[in-house]
Every structure is written in structure tokens, then in C-alpha cells.
Design a protein around this ligand. Structure first.
Ligand code: ARG
Length: 460
């Protein structure tokens, strides 16, 4: 028998019941639903909307339900419409008629808006914790490779020499921004909607601020219609997660390339790679590929939420029940990816020799050769042209800039002298990039210091 049976003459069709029900998804919020109801019941008693005695009975009953669910002594009724109906029905079956007073001055519309916010706030803290840990591990890896020279790329063509540390620190910066985006999302989500009731507020003398304080929100939402209609916080979190996943996906793509025989810059640990069912020699970077693949579903969830909301009139519409499946999936996916990424990164073997060998090919010190001429008085465009011709000569005659005789250099410009070899030495090229944020050792050290303290300053 449904709660609304008074208005209806027939039982709900079984297929409709299954279609309508969200308990399979929203049962995850049982704890937040119960804590929210306990705060609401306390407020009802405190305001004398129900008696203190009734309020206490309700709170005790709810606490018992919570304990039983946590201990595995109570199972969700999958026939229930949603977690809210389940808890209320369970409460009434345990404490009798008094249980029916819990829903005074409340609607499921503001109740679900509250629960989702509470649930996601906790999840954001967990995602943040996982992100900080990953960022710290990447920072540690970078600290061990401050002088490991590798080619930096643009267009996936070898471009200029950098260190592995400098490259890794780019990812730490990305993760740091992700963490601050999580903080921002949390801040805007931290307003308490209960008391909006169905959409228009309530005639009871409720104390919304009390509930908000009890549940640890910054403040209450300002408009009851917005309170029940708003799912911006789901969209925002889905967006924050999508950007985070996009970063993990780019990193994954590089890991996949670096593991290939074409690069062989790193090897993944056996425990974090998989074999092939037919090719005995294979060792595949499945984890990185899956992280890259799962990024798609997070983008999908973001689009699901945006599309779900775009045509909805105010206030609550049942379409909004779809919010949870999408955002919960993004949350679970990003948590899984963040936690598996750490051990994968922490167990890689770095082939410094292969990175260096790759850096020696591809004329990645050509910019430095041009800069050398500029320092000796030529205009950059002039110098650029001369070095371009030199590179063409090297390609035709199978030379590198390092082993090209000084006579040839001088044929192209009399400004070249013996010290050009020092200027184009890869180590010199990297270590002289002293500009703020550049690849030099000094800059990398400064980045590591700054990022370590930024990560330490983050609160949880
Ligand atoms: N299960 C619903 C949801 O997730 C709860 C709110 C239902 N409200 C309503 N008026 N039917 O959105």
C-alpha cells in the first residue's frame, strides 16, 4: 500500500512501480537521509511543532534503523519507491503511529535535495583526499628525477630538452587546480535546502538555521523554489570530476606511449599490467587505458545532467530523480581511478638512458643554437634561419648538431665558435632555462617547494 493511497483507487502497476523506484540507486544515501531526518525531528520538537517526547521517540527509532543498516541487520526493501519512503515506513513499523509525524513540515522534494548535498559533500572530501595523495606521490617521483633529461614534445615531435621532473610537475599543477575546484564546488554546495518543503515553504514555525547548523552547513538556501529545483551542485561536481578525469586521461595516454617499444621511457610493474591471451610477449598498460576509457563515461554523466535539467520548469520534476545515477557513477569512477593510479605510478621503472637517447636525436637543441647566435649579436629571425639550414645540412649528411665540425658551423655563420658545443649540450640547454616556471634545476626545485607547501596547506 502506497503512502498516497487515500487519493488513489487502484494499486500501482508492478512495472510502473519498478520504473518509478529509485531505491536501487538512492539506498547509498541511507546514512545522510537518516541524519537529515534526525535533525529535522529534533527541530520539530524544539519548535513545539511536535512534542519533545515524540521527537525523542522518532530520533531513537531512526538511530536504531541506522545502526541496524550499518551492522547489516536490516535490508533495503527493493519494492520501496526510494530511500526516503523506505526509512519512513521502517520507522513507523518500529515505533508505531508517532513515526507518521516525522514528515511534518517537509516534502521529499526538499528531503532529497538535502540528502544529495550531504552525500556529495562527504564524497568530495574523499575525492580530495585521494587527489592530494596522488599529487604528493607524483611530486615525490619528480623529486627523484630533477636531472633526468628527456625530450619535451609539441605536436608529438621532439621539441626541446626538459627533465622528467619538470614534465611530472605539470601534472601536479593540474591536480592542484582540480583540488581547488573541488573546494569551490563544496563551498557552493554547502547551503541547506530543508524547509523549502514541496516548493513554497511551510506554514509551520520551523527553524531552518538550527537544522543547518546541526548538519554542518554554512547557511540555509534563500529561496524555497530554488531550494528544491537546484541541481547545479551535481552539474558542477560532474564538471569538476570531468576535468580531473581529463587530466588523468592525458597522463594515462602518455604512460601508454612511454611503455611502448617505440618510446620505452618507463616500464609498469607486473602487478599493474596485464598479458595477452594469445601473444606471449605482451605486457599491456590496461589500467591506464581503462582510466582513459572511463573518462568518457564521466563526460557522459555531465551531459546527462545538463540535458536532464535544460527544459525543466520550476520546481521539482521527476526527471530529477535521474541526477543520482549520473553523479554517483562519476563519483565512484573518479575514486576508483585515483586510487589505482597511485600504486601504478609508484611502481614504475624509469629508463633514464632511453629518455636521454631520445633527447639526443631530433635536434631538440636547435633553439639553443639559435639563442647562441642571438647572444653573439644576431637578430633571432636571422639566427633561426641559419640554424634551420644547419639542421637540413645535418639531416642530409647524417650529423647531429653535437658532432658537426666547427668549420661547417662557420660556413653558415662566422659567429659560431668552439663554445657552441657547450651551449648546445643538452644539460646546459635544460639547466639554462632559468626563466620562472622553466625547466632548470633551480626552477624545478622552486616548483617542488611551492607545490609541497600548497598541498600541505590544504585542509580536509
Ligand atoms: N526519489 C525521488 C528523487 O530522487 C525523491 C523525490 C520525490 N518527490 C516527488 N515529488 N515524487 O528525486
Amino acid at each position: 500500500m502506497k503512502m498516497w493511497a487515500g487519493r488513489f483507487k487502484k494499486e500501482l502497476d508492478k512495472e510502473v512501480n519498478d520504473f518509478n523506484s529509485s531505491i536501487r540507486v538512492d539506498c547509498k544515501m541511507y546514512k545522510h537521509d537518516i541524519l537529515g531526518s534526525m535533525a529535522h525531528a529534533f527541530m520539530l520538537g524544539n519548535q513545539n511543532i511536535i512534542s519533545k517526547d515524540d521527537s525523542n521517540k522518532i530520533i531513537a527509532g531512526l538511530e536504531e534503523i541506522l545502526n541496524d543498516l550499518e551492522a547489516g541487520n536490516l535490508e533495503f526493501d527493493m519494492e520501496a519507491e526510494d530511500i526516503h519512503m523506505f526509512v519512513e515506513a521502517e520507522l513507523t513499523s518500529r515505533i508505531g503511529e508517532v513515526g507518521k509525524k516525522l514528515h511534518t513540515a517537509r516534502s521529499r522534494n526538499d528531503q532529497v535535495a538535502l540528502d544529495v548535498r550531504m552525500y556529495l559533500k562527504d564524497e568530495i572530501l574523499e575525492i580530495k583526499r585521494l587527489s592530494i595523495n596522488l599529487a604528493k606521490d607524483i611530486l615525490d617521483l619528480a623529486s627523484n628525477h630533477k636531472e633526468t633529461i628527456m625530450p619535451g614534445y609539441t605536436h608529438l615531435q621532439r621539441a626541446q630538452p626538459i627533465t622528467f621532473a619538470h614534465h611530472l610537475l605539470a601534472y601536479v599543477n593540474m591536480l592542484y587546480r582540480d583540488i581547488t575546484r573541488l573546494d569551490d564546488t563544496y563551498k557552493r554546495m554547502n547551503y541547506m535546502p530543508l524547509g523549502s518543503a514541496a516548493l513554497a515553504g511551510t506554514t509551520y514555525n520551523i527553524d531552518r538555521k538550527l537544522v543547518s547548523d546541526k548538519l554542518g552547513f554554512t547557511d540555509v538556501t534563500l529561496n524555497s523554489i530554488d531550494g528544491v529545483s537546484d541541481r547545479d551542485f551535481c552539474v558542477e561536481l560532474a564538471n569538476t570530476i570531468s576535468i580531473l578525469m581529463m587530466h588523468l586521461s592525458r597522463f594515462s595516454e602518455e604512460i601508454i606511449m612511454w611503455c611502448s617499444w617505440e618510446f620505452k621511457f618507463i616500464d609498469l610493474d607486473d602487478a599493474y599490467s596485464t598479458g595477452s591471451s594469445i601473444m606471449p610477449q605482451k605486457k599491456n598498460p590496461d589500467i591506464a587505458e581503462l582510466v582513459r576509457g572511463k573518462t568518457g563515461r564521466c563526460y557522459g554523466n555531465l551531459i546527462t545532467l545538463l540535458t536532464m535539467l535544460k527544459g525543466l520548469p520550476l520546481a521539482y520534476n521527476k526527471d530529477m530523480q535521474e541526477d543520482k545515477e549520473a553523479i554517483f557513477d562519476s563519483v565512484e569512477t573518479v575514486k576508483q581511478c585515483l586510487s589505482i593510479f597511485r600504486p601504478m605510478i609508484n611502481t614504475i621503472t624509469v629508463h633514464e638512458d632511453n629518455m636521454y637517447k631520445a633527447a639526443l636525436k631530433g635536434f631538440i637543441n636547435a633553439t639553443d643554437a639559435a639563442d647562441y647566435l642571438v647572444k653573439n649579436g644576431l637578430a633571432f629571425r636571422e639566427a633561426y634561419k641559419i640554424v634551420g639550414s644547419l639542421v637540413a645540412y645535418c639531416i642530409d649528411h647524417n650529423h647531429t648538431l653535437e658532432d658537426l665540425p666547427l668549420e661547417v658551423y662557420k660556413e653558415y655563420s662566422p659567429k659560431f665558435n668552439e663554445d657552441v658545443y657547450e651551449a648546445i649540450n643538452l644539460k646546459t640547454c635544460v639547466m639554462n632555462r632559468l626563466s620562472f616556471g622553466g625547466a632548470s634545476l633551480a626552477s624545478v626545485n622552486e616548483q617542488i617547494d611551492r607545490l609541497s607547501s600548497l598541498l600541505l596547506e590544504l585542509s580536509l
